[in-house]
Design a protein around this ligand. Structure first.
Ligand SMILES: Cc1cc2nc3c(=O)[nH]c(=O)nc-3n(C[C@H](O)[C@H](O)[C@H](O)COP(=O)(O)OP(=O)(O)OC[C@H]3O[C@@H](n4cnc5c(N)ncnc54)[C@H](O)[C@@H]3O)c2cc1C
Length: 261
């Protein structure tokens, strides 16, 4: 079984994140890490590989040169190989352009794909759209927000968990599966895994290599535009209640005034 994981390098949520003068995230201003949700997607892929002899896990990322660090992390967890789509022309690409570029790059993965894992939502863009868009472009099913996944033969069963409830989904492979944060606990890379990752193959693709039309990516082609951006206002001081025997009543009155109770 050929398993591909879409992974994204994101600014570390523990470092300060800044917007640049165009209102777009300044990725150079923060430390960059493999998105935690993608660690879970890699873990799901590795568990599937371990249950299916002869399977191979490929990680695919679209991002600048330094996204190789995210690739190495996934390889050190146990993925077998990687494809890195990297080209100056991709800077400023919006959601639709990103999905089109990833769909093209997926067509270049050696061995093809039976299962494509992704995170349900990146911690920076938080669009939660790429997995479904990629599936649509490839003409294959999208099973999103997966909390449990089982694959037997050519059939995938997913327990989908959202605020609206639990849904059971079934589809035929190939399919895109986006995972939520409850699906598993990702493994830590072992020392052996870190050393082995240095020797695993990473194929770098330009947009020309992937067959991506330059007019469909980049800021000039973006269908969405950031019209304005402003820093988040500082938190207000809040209200302190002194308990003089009537603390409970005062809290209840406060919550009632906020229409919370
Ligand atoms: C006008 C505009 C300009 C932009 N310019 C830039 C820019 O210069 N640089 C930049 O990095 N972003 C830029 N973005 C943001 C970029 O379009 C989004 O980050 C991207 O489309 C993914 O959306 P998301 O982060 O919301 O992913 P989601 O849809 O929330 O991601 C879900 C999952 O999809 C997969 N995925 C998402 N993105 C990638 C990826 N790149 N590679 C592999 N897998 C992926 C991962 O598995 C992820 O967990 C711009 C956006 C706009 C609107």
């Amino acid at each position: 079984m050929n398993i591909v994981v879409l992974v994204k390098q994101v600014p570390d949520t523990y470092s300060e994140r800044k917007l640049n003068s165009d209102g777009i995230l300044d990725r150079e201003a923060s430390d960059a890490v493999l998105d935690e949700i993608n660690e879970r997607a890699v873990e799901a892929a590795l568990q599937l590989k371990e249950a299916n002899d002869g399977s191979e896990v490929t990680v695919l990322t679209m991002g600048p040169d330094r996204a190789t660090d995210a690739i190495r992390k996934a390889l050190s967890m146990g993925a077998d190989k990687a494809v890195h789509l990297s080209d100056e022309a991709l800077a400023g690409t919006d959601y639709i352009g990103t999905a089109k570029a990833l769909a093209k790059a997926l067509g270049k993965v050696e061995g093809g794909y039976d299962v494509i894992f992704a995170g349900n939502e990146a911690s920076d863009g938080r669009g939660g759209a790429i997995p479904a868009m990629v599936a649509e472009l490839l003409g294959i099913p999208a099973l999103t927000h997966a909390q449990e996944v089982s694959i037997e033969g050519g059939t995938v069963n997913v327990t989908r968990a959202t605020d609206d409830g639990i849904t059971k989904l079934t589809a035929q492979l190939p399919a895109v599966i986006s995972v939520n944060e409850k699906i598993n606990e990702p493994r830590y890379p072992s020392f052996k895994g870190i050393m082995a990752a240095k020797k695993k193959p990473v194929t770098t693709l330009s947009i020309a290599d992937a067959g991506i039309d330059a007019s469909e990516v980049g800021l000039a082609s973006a269908l969405s535009t950031v019209t304005s951006a402003a820093p988040k206002p500082p938190k207000s001081a809040g209200e302190k209640i002194e308990d003089e025997g009537d603390g409970g009543t005062k809290i209840a009155q406060f919550l009632a005034a906020q229409k919370l109770i």
